[in-house]
Write a protein that binds this ligand. Structure first.
Ligand code: PGA
Length: 247
């Protein structure tokens, strides 16, 4: 596990964008596992900048996202499809048919989970999975629980997650109660994992995930079992980490 501490959010974004850019340059047909949330927005901005400067070509890249709210249409401004289109896909030369998210409007949630799993399998492995982390240590929408669910599934969002995400909605009542997420096995099967975190609100989650026991009560703790995890975080998020562990 590599842990990089960055002075501020711009340098966090710079480091993250450089790692993703290097992945695309080294392997132009990379499969990228992507994340939404406020943390990666600046990273996506830099990837768009690199594209505009002619440094990156996305024509052969495939992306698969971690999660999507159930019940939100792709053009709903809080759907994760809308987020990805706005922050990244509409601004680069990626083939939209090579960008995958769960369908929030699927009529049959079991079939949708099976469909998403088949897509993940058909891509032949995620080269680089980008992750944020929830204040409750969720990854994707794998919420704290009593088991690690391996494959895509429909989740009942915890009150804490709905509260954290209510800042993007008119009120907490508008935050969907359910979401589709990739499972833990899907995430762990990525060749490389890049986790971004900033702010004191993530400090406990990071500490328990990487220095505590591996338990489904702390979903990100499963990442201790992955052999290629890079964490990029600011000093607030890493406040509880011993200095000796940080690059
Ligand atoms: P955030 O969300 O980037 O908006 O903090 C991260 C997450 O909940 O996974």
């Amino acid at each position: 596990m590599n842990i990089y501490i960055t002075e501020n959010i711009p340098s966090l974004n710079q480091k993250a964008a450089n790692i993703i850019a290097a992945q695309i340059i080294m392997k132009p047909d990379s499969v990228l596992g992507l994340a939404t949330g406020s943390t990666p927005i600046g990273t996506y901005e830099l990837l768009v900048e690199y594209y505009n400067k002619g440094v990156l070509d996305f024509t052969k890249v495939t992306t698969i996202n971690l999660d999507e709210y159930q019940g939100l249409a792709p053009d709903h401004d809080q759907s994760y499809r809308y987020f990805m289109d706005t922050h990244l896909f509409n601004q680069i030369n990626i083939n939209k048919n090579s960008t995958f998210l769960p369908n929030g409007l699927a009529k049959d949630s079991n079939l949708e989970c099976q469909r998403y799993n088949q897509i993940i399998q058909s891509l032949g492995g995620i080269d680089l999975q980008l992750l944020g982390i929830g204040e409750n240590a969720h990854i994707g929408f794998n919420e704290p629980g009593t088991e690690f669910k391996p494959n895509p599934h429909l989740v009942t969002l915890t009150e804490k997650t709905r509260q954290a995400n209510s800042r993007f909605f008119p009120s907490i009542d508008d935050v969907p109660t359910h979401a589709y997420t990739m499972g833990i096995k899907n995430i762990l099967s990525a060749k490389k994992i890049l986790l971004l975190a900033s702010g004191t609100s993530k400090a406990k989650a990071l500490y328990h995930s990487f220095l505590g026991p591996i338990t489904p009560a702390v979903p990100a703790s499963i990442l201790q079992l992955h052999n290629n995890v890079t964490i990029i975080a600011d000093s607030d998020a890493l406040a509880l980490f011993p200095q000796s562990m940080i690059c």
